[in-house]
Design a protein around this ligand. Structure first.
Ligand code: BTN
Length: 380
């Protein structure tokens, strides 16, 4: 009934409870109850005694029924919550319970959002200066917090490229929806002028060399404009970058459409399907970087991307490929003497987001743990 009443009011007309009741063949009391529920969910519905109801404003909440209208199988099942611990944890639980490929978990707020390397991920808050603790409806969030369950028929070793695929899909979606080109820092941090706008965590569950499923967890700072002290100067949002609010439902829909398109191309053609685009959008190749792996710390010049998505570093002893590690980007590499970079043809033309020029944050680490059930759970 709630949806019917909402649809009855969507065109902005003023309509009486009696007319709505007649239109839907229900009592006026049922219409009134539906209106009250909508108001509790954040819809502003005006009511004048003799003329009737009028929809004045819709809440800025994600509209889960609208995020998968143009995809084939991504988002056929959407699990939407106002508040959740971590969308990735819920997606993993659903994966264990046999949920189909393409299942999506999306939330307004996260209380235990996870970033890479065991870090926490701040969900962007509500955008309000002061949190309203006792509101009838939790205020809408400001971020896109979305996890996507995939069941690729690939050996675990070939999955690193999936994170690059996700990075390309998110970049395309942000461009389509907000008109902003973000720089990708290897493998999938999204930067605007050295500040982080979004990140992806890719987690795999595998048994005996077979991938059971992968969860891609995507966090995008969309409409936030207040930051905790530790993120001031390090994070920014699409609102701050493009100066206007971005509709998170439209962004989620674009992410799913682009991810499905890139995933199908990837499964058909392999990593080559997204490689060139990732290279064109990245801001790491061509920079001096420091890389901390589980075994060593090296400094060199990022000169390219391996076939499996690994980072190629030119070190004093030659070029080596690194599939995992924490990267910090330094100043841009000196063009002189960087023969491999020129030979590989992977030198970038400047990305508007620009390479990081200061030594800065840690980026990524591949990590995996084997649990007692002989299941490998790990970040890709
Ligand atoms: C990073 O460290 O850059 C990755 C951040 C990924 C955050 C997203 S938000 C939605 C999903 N749920 C989580 O708990 N984490 C990911």
């Amino acid at each position: 009934m709630k949806e019917k009443v909402l649809n009855g009011l969507r065109d902005g007309r003023t309509i009486s409870g009696a007319d709505l009741a007649q239109e839907f063949g229900v009592s006026r009391n049922m219409v009134w109850k539906a209106v009250e529920r909508l108001r509790r969910e954040g819809y502003t519905i005006g009511g004048t005694p003799r003329r009737g109801y009028r929809l004045l404003a819709v809440p800025d909440l994600i509209r889960p029924e609208e995020i998968a209208t143009a995809t084939g199988f991504f988002g056929r099942q959407v699990h939407y919550s106002w508040t959740i611990g971590s969308t990735n944890n819920v997606a993993k639980k659903l994966g264990m319970d046999g949920a189909p490929e393409g299942t999506v978990v999306v939330a307004e707020r996260q209380t235990a959002g996870r970033g890479r390397l065991g870090r926490t991920w701040w969900d962007g808050g509500t955008g309000e200066i002061r949190e309203v603790k006792e509101a009838a409806t939790p205020p809408a969030g400001t971020s896109l917090l979305l996890s996507l369950l995939l069941r690729p028929s690939l050996p675990p070793g070939e999955l690193v490229s999936l994170t690059l695929l996700a990075a390309v899909a998110v970049s395309r979606a942000v461009e389509r929806t907000a008109g902003v080109s973000l720089g990708i820092k290897w493998p999938n941090d999204f930067l605007w002028r050295e500040r982080k706008v979004a990140g992806i965590i890719s987690e795999m569950v595998a048994e005996a060399e077979t991938v059971a499923f992968v969860v891609l967890g995507i966090g995008i700072n969309v409409n936030g404009r207040t930051w905790p002290t530790e993120l001031v100067g390090k994070a920014t949002s699409l609102l701050e970058v493009c100066g206007k609010k971005v509709d998170r439902t439209n962004l989620a829909r674009a992410v799913l459409e682009e991810a499905e398109r890139a995933y199908l191309a990837f499964m058909r053609e392999g990593p080559a399907a997204i490689r060139e685009e990732w290279l064109a959008r990245n801001v790491t190749i061509g920079c001096r970087v420091a890389l901390q792996t589980p075994r060593e710390r090296v400094e060199g010049t990022a000169v390219g991307l391996g076939d499996d998505g690994s980072l190629l570093l030119k070190l004093t002893g030659g070029v080596r490929a690194f599939a995992c590690g924490e990267v910090t980007c330094g100043r841009e590499a000196e063009p002189a003497g960087e023969g491999h970079r020129e030979e590989s043809g992977e030198r970038r033309e400047g990305n508007p987001a620009g390479p990081e020029r200061q030594w800065s944050r840690r980026t990524t680490l591949e990590r995996s743990e084997r649990d007692p059930n002989n299941t490998v759970n790990g970040e890709l």
